[in-house]
Design a protein around this ligand. Structure first.
Ligand SMILES: *Cc1c(COP(=O)(O)O)cnc(C)c1O
Length: 229
């Protein structure tokens, strides 16, 4: 059942990658397992998935501790982080998608320095200035990138974007395209971030469009695991 869904999605990712001149291997699938029980993660693991996305720290840490023995399993943090919870991060996450302010980045850098770890992370961008949404605003983006140069315990791997909600995902094609432009310009402008290579965008309803416009990492939950309860 879950295996069928994964195969179906993988084929769609493959075709969207080819449409944008790439291959399936160029796209990383993050299976968003937030709110779903551990058994579902194990099902997905047994169907070949290795990277899981969680958005609440407490929930994530419980699952990660439970699944420690699974070889190659990786977790990404995709949800908003509060500064008072940073010390729960430890070395649990191979990638944190949701660094959304200089203040948070500074606190994270201090923390990862204290545990002697360099943490891979993305900057979450609030491209269209949605007031209710987390992410760095476009006017503050360059200032943040400049500040990131002084945080040696954070390795800036790229950008993450959550688009505005529309019934028709085609409405976001232009926003995905603008994110790709921002990603390419940033990569060119900030050469000191040598491993700046991830553009995380695209969810269950819009991942094909996001890939066509240049995403190389997609975060898919309900299309794999079913509706969240
Ligand atoms: C929940 C979530 C997703 C997955 O959403 P689906 O619509 O279930 O695919 C992706 N990214 C983030 C940041 C999320 O919080």
């Amino acid at each position: 059942m879950i295996g069928d869904r994964i195969r179906y999605i993988t084929e769609k990712i493959d075709r969207a990658a080819v449409r944008s001149g790439r291959r399936l291997d160029d796209i990383t699938l993050v299976a968003v397992s937030k709110t779903f029980p551990i058994e579902k993660i194990i099902d997905a693991y047994n169907s070949g998935l290795r990277i899981f996305g969680e958005s609440r720290l407490q929930e994530a840490v419980g699952k990660i501790e439970h699944l420690k023995a699974f070889p190659d399993i990786k977790f990404h943090m995709i949800g908003h982080l509060q500064t008072n919870k940073i010390r729960m991060l430890k070395d649990y996450f191979s990638l944190i998608h949701s660094v959304d302010s200089v203040h948070l980045a500074k606190k994270m850098n201090d923390y990862f320095y204290s545990i002697n770890r360099v943490q891979d992370m993305l900057i979450q961008v609030n491209l269209v200035n949605e007031p209710q949404k987390y992410g760095i605003k476009i006017e503050e983006f360059d200032e943040m990138m400049e500040k990131m140069k002084s945080f040696p315990n954070l390795r800036v791997r790229g950008l993450m974007f959550i688009p505005p909600f529309y019934d028709d995902p085609e409405m976001n094609r232009g926003n995905f395209r603008r994110m790709k432009v921002l990603f390419d310009e940033t990569k060119k402008k900030y050469k000191e971030f040598k491993e700046f290579d991830i553009l995380s965008m695209g969810m269950s309803d819009d991942f094909e469009i996001a890939i066509e416009e240049g995403a190389n990492m997609v975060r898919i939950g309900s299309a794999i695991f079913g509706e969240r309860v």
